[in-house]
Design a protein around this ligand. Structure first.
Ligand code: ZN
Ligand code: ZN
Length: 259
């Protein structure tokens, strides 16, 4: 009799916990989550000591306002206003220990996020994590010395490969905007562009080149992830920290998405 009772209570407990698990199972770490009920998005930045990002323009203004302007543009005009915060200076970013390596695979970058990322994604707040590393991207055992940045597909984890910017042969003035455009391009991927979580509202997906936009004047154009094209894009567009570099097609996708 006692055995039956124990067995019965065990069955109840199992079904109760299974039920509870179902209701707790909302995954906030998805692209869709940014477009449901998130009202604040924080851009969190970490960097290795020799890979610190640029933070100011020559006049002292915060160049990260460029990233803020562009993420805000993606959410402009939506039902729920979204406010975006960026770090005002290096002190508001996290210096992580020198990792003493010259290359990073996608898994290495995820491992860094697991160790150092401080913010989380919740029902009402989004966290975009960007790490600046003193090394190159390693893709399937090939060192990609021309890749400026990567977004880990389907996540809000982005890495910028600082030596690619530093060895670009560009003037410092251009490097700042190459760096900021790299951040915006990769965060664009992290927020679902193009056709990578954000459904298309118009025909601008350059399928031959992955999750990119076929508008050459858009930061999500595939060649705008390389130094040469990106620097001429910057010259041609004439950058300020309030320039919007997403084209109308990409903006239309993000502004229309209500999952
Ligand atoms: Zn890209
Ligand atoms: Zn576009």
């Amino acid at each position: 009799m006692k055995r039956h009772y124990l067995l019965l209570s065990l069955v109840f407990w199992v079904s109760f916990s299974a039920c509870k698990k179902d209701s707790d199972e909302v995954d906030y770490n998805t692209v869709e989550n940014f477009y449901r009920s998130v009202s604040t998005i924080e851009v969190e930045v970490a960097y290795e000591p020799d890979a610190a990002p640029y933070t100011t323009l020559p006049n002292g203004d915060n160049i990260w306002l460029f990233t803020q302007t562009n993420i805000e543009a993606l959410f402009d005009g939506r039902d729920l206003p979204v406010s975006v915060t960026v770090p005002p200076n290096l002190a508001a970013m996290q210096q992580i220990p020198d990792q003493n390596r010259d290359n990073y695979s996608a898994q290495d970058i995820v491992n860094l996020a697991n160790r150092f990322r401080q913010g989380t994604n919740t029902e009402t707040s989004g966290n975009l994590w960007v790490v600046f590393v003193d090394g190159y991207f390693k893709q399937n055992d090939t060192l990609r010395t021309n890749v400026l940045g990567v977004n880990i597909t389907g996540t809000s984890i982005t890495a910028v490969f600082k030596p690619v910017i530093e060895n670009s042969g560009l003037l410092t003035a251009q490097r700042r905007y190459v760096e900021q455009n790299t951040v915006v391009h990769e965060l664009g991927h992290g927020l679902g562009l193009v056709n990578s979580g954000l459904p298309l509202t118009n025909d601008h997906h350059d399928e031959a080149n992955g999750g990119h936009c076929d508008n050459e004047d858009c930061v999500m154009f595939w060649q705008n992830q390389g130094v040469a094209n990106l620097s001429s894009f910057i010259n041609q567009m004439g950058m300020s920290q309030f320039s919007v570099v997403f084209g109308p097609e990409c903006l239309q996708d993000s502004r229309a998405f209500y999952p």
